[in-house]
Design a protein around this ligand. Structure first.
Ligand code: S3P
Length: 168
């Protein structure tokens, strides 16, 4: 089976959906941000602060090469900017989780650990900049996706079910 690659904006729920897919299937999940944090032995926030965004993007491209070569039949959740790696489509079936910015922002704010969720995301520090990034990226996510799933007003188990049905 091909890998499943979840893409989408920060806070849309890629991690939660990945955990639910794991529950509903026998797939094993990897997360590109987690891989980068273990490679570097420091948090994403710290990598951005100490090395800058471009360094982080280089790590994403390195992870993407490794995934393409070495990983099969796995569910891969990604950081919100990972979709720009040049070999994305060679990694697996690309599934875009889509929702309006308002929905995403509210989803973060409703979380019991909302402040922590916001703090750990360097590109979500300034709301106007985050909206701009969302606007820039929306069409690009859609363009690169094999499957688009509108996740607004759906619960996580149903989203997971829908993805598993569509990738079969
Ligand atoms: C980023 C999203 C983050 C993380 C980094 C950059 C982005 O992942 O990879 O802060 O460019 O959108 P999440 O989508 O899990 O927040």
């Amino acid at each position: 089976m091909k890998n499943i690659v979840l893409i989408g904006f920060m806070g849309v729920g890629k991690g939660s959906v990945a955990r639910e897919i794991v529950k509903q299937s026998n797939l094993i999940a990897l997360d590109t941000d987690d891989i980068i944090e273990s490679m570097e032995n420091r948090r994403i926030k710290k990598i951005f602060a100490e090395e800058g965004e471009e360094y982080f993007r280089t790590l994403e491209r390195k992870v993407a090469q490794w995934l393409q070569k070495e990983v099969k039949g796995t569910l891969i959740s990604t950081g919100g900017g990972f979709f720009k790696v040049p070999n994305l489509k060679k990694i697996g079936t690309v599934v875009y989780l889509s929702a309006p910015f308002e929905t995403i922002h509210n989803r973060i704010l409703e979380h019991p650990d909302a402040q922590k969720k916001l703090r750990k995301r360097p590109l979500f520090q300034d709301i106007d900049k985050a909206v701009k990034l969302y606007d820039e990226r929306s069409a690009l996510y859609k363009k690169v996706a094999d499957i688009v799933i509108d996740v607004s007003n759906k619960d996580i188990p149903d989203i997971a079910k829908e993805i598993l049905k569509k990738v079969k």
